[in-house]
Design a protein around this ligand. Structure first.
Ligand code: IPE
Ligand code: IPE
Ligand code: MG
Length: 246
């Protein structure tokens, strides 16, 4: 029996977040340039999006490019941005067929003009789709997101629209890029690195973390199903005792 058949569809994580890491090392291992790894990483994205849709995951959020990634050599940055544009163009038809709604979080104004425009166009085109919500984290920094939320809230208080005393976790969450999305129950990171790299720090407060040594271009929907199965075997206690949650 494959992993997919063992998944309990009544206990699916609603939101899965993935740190897609290891493209460069994958390419290097094959004696190729890093960008070859990024190109092959797109195949993994396609397969995983399909897999998530097949089992009924509602939100899939992919760490695609971090705010820190701007510090990479400019030829790599340029190549990734070009890849993003060509991928959006190529995949839009499939997103429509599969009823996927595209979304993006991060400092999108930092993206090159063409890239930004294509992205917003695709988001608009898929906006009425009702299936999987596919969110790309682009030029994303969780600390900046949190800081920006604090600024927005402070401005509302200054304008007299909100009382400082009324700021609570819900108000705060509504000022993050992920407002209206449930928190991820499962966070996957590939490539054998055990860190969060400034991703969804607020939102993963109680996420289950899953690490695999597989490099992102080798990751397929079966690996997603395996991670979800692992998640389903865990006991999520949220601070309570095992007896309380059983
Ligand atoms: C992840 O793979 C993709 C991005 C960060 C854009 P990497 O490019 O980080 O690959 P490694 O970690 O160097 O192998
Ligand atoms: C995290 O990967 C960002 C993305 C996957 C887009 P990195 O490769 O940039 O993370 P670090 O630098 O190893 O922490
Ligand atoms: Mg990396």
């Amino acid at each position: 029996m494959g992993y997919k058949d063992q998944i309990d569809l009544l206990k699916l994580p609603e939101h899965v977040a993935i740190i897609m890491d290891g493209n460069g090392r994958w390419a290097k291992g094959k004696g190729k340039l890093r960008i070859f790894g990024h190109h092959n990483g797109v195949l993994s994205v396609r397969d995983v999006v399909e897999g998530a849709g097949e089992i009924g995951v509602k939100y899939l959020t992919l760490y695609t490019f971090s705010a820190e990634n701007w510090n990479r050599p400019s030829f790599e940055v340029t190549a990734i941005m070009e890849l993003l544009v060509s991928t959006i163009n190529k995949e839009i038809k499939k997103l429509m067929q599969n009823n996927v709604r595209l979304n993006a979080i991060g400092d999108l104004n930092m993206l090159p003009g063409k890239c930004h425009k294509e992205l917003l166009g695709a988001i608009e085109k898929t906006s009425a789709n009702t299936g999987l919500v596919l969110t790309l984290a682009l030029s994303y920094s969780s600390r900046r997101e949190i800081m920006q939320a604090a600024k927005n809230i402070a401005a509302k208080v200054e304008r007299g629209e909100l009382k400082a005393d009324d700021i609570n976790e819900d108000v705060f969450a509504q000022n993050l890029y992920t407002a209206n999305m449930p928190d991820p129950e499962l966070l996957i990171r590939t490539s054998g690195e055990y860190r969060i790299s400034n991703y969804l720090l607020w939102q993963i407060a109680y996420a289950e973390l899953y690490f695999t040594n597989k490099l992102w271009p080798d990751f397929r929907k079966e690996d997603l199903f395996e991670a979800i199965l692992d998640y389903q075997k865990r006991e999520r206690r949220f601070g309570k005792t095992s007896e309380q949650v059983n």
